[in-house]
Design a protein around this ligand. Structure first.
Ligand SMILES: [Zn+2]
Ligand SMILES: [Zn+2]
Length: 254
């Protein structure tokens, strides 16, 4: 039986939300899409929103927290986030728990979680390492630049969910005004397809073979370009690379 299952519910600037199963635990990462879509998609796959064991938020940008209130009205689990996100979710009724970036902790019995800092233009943004027995899953999006610390967090992951936001040429020649282009390209913006492909190559050298490309821009990228960039980089290597669509995808088992 698979020990890691991932159901991308929404990805990109229209709203981010991932449902993860690792071992016996059911987790949501980010709450950027509406309650009904979360509930109905989970039901379609025989899962129940009420049985989610924990929720983790990466940062307080709207596309990651906008549905925090309606979604958490239907769960009884804890919501974990950095203190900088707490104001954005001040109205939720769920128990909120402030995570300490860089400190590995046991969120649920046998499920160890480490939040790590990601360079991005929110007060503080984090990625997450989820570990259950010998299984490891890492989530990193909204990341302006890869760095040694993040690569060390990814090391040995069974599955990496990683941002492949934009194609640099499409962004530079696209509809966004210059200041916004500059923001996205900065080291506190988002990762390009090439940066993503470099990250995948580095992660592969450290043992990771399964990748999901996330937060793909609808304006400055295409799903095909994102996927192709990483596939070309990894040509001939024994890897599985999926691209996550904005409106979600089916259940992926590892
Ligand atoms: Zn963001
Ligand atoms: Zn985002």
């Amino acid at each position: 039986m698979s020990e890691i299952r991932i159901l991308p519910l929404g990805s990109g600037s229209t709203g981010n939300c991932f449902y993860l199963e690792i071992g016996k635990y059911r987790i949501l990462v980010d709450l950027g899409i509406g309650y009904r879509r979360v509930r109905d998609t989970l039901l379609k796959y025989g899962r129940d929103l009420e049985s989610v064991d924990a929720i983790f938020l990466t940062h307080g940008h709207y596309d990651h927290v906008k549905a925090a209130l309606p979604v958490t009205n239907h769960v009884s689990c804890k919501v974990y986030a950095d203190s900088s996100v707490m104001y954005s979710i001040r109205n939720i009724r769920s128990e909120r728990s402030v995570i300490e970036i860089g400190k590995r902790f046991e969120a649920l019995e046998g499920l160890y979680v480490t939040a790590f800092a990601v360079p991005h233009d929110f007060v503080r943004t984090c990625g997450y390492v989820f570990e259950w027995m010998d299984k490891k899953l890492v989530y990193v999006t909204d990341c302006g630049q890869m760095n040694e610390n993040i690569l060390s967090m990814i090391q040995g992951a069974d599955v990496l969910i990683v941002e492949s936001n934009h194609d640099v040429d499409m962004l530079k020649n696209g509809p966004y005004p210059y200041p916004l282009q500059k923001r996205i390209l900065s080291k506190f913006g988002h990762m390009s397809n090439d940066q993503c492909a470099d990250t995948i190559e580095a992660a592969y050298r450290n043992g990771t073979k399964n990748f999901l490309l996330a937060h793909v821009s609808l304006n400055n990228n295409t799903f095909e370009t994102a996927l192709q960039t990483s596939l070309e980089k990894m040509e001939g290597k024994d890897v599985r690379i999926y691209v996550c669509h904005d409106q979600g995808d089916g259940m992926i088992e590892f």
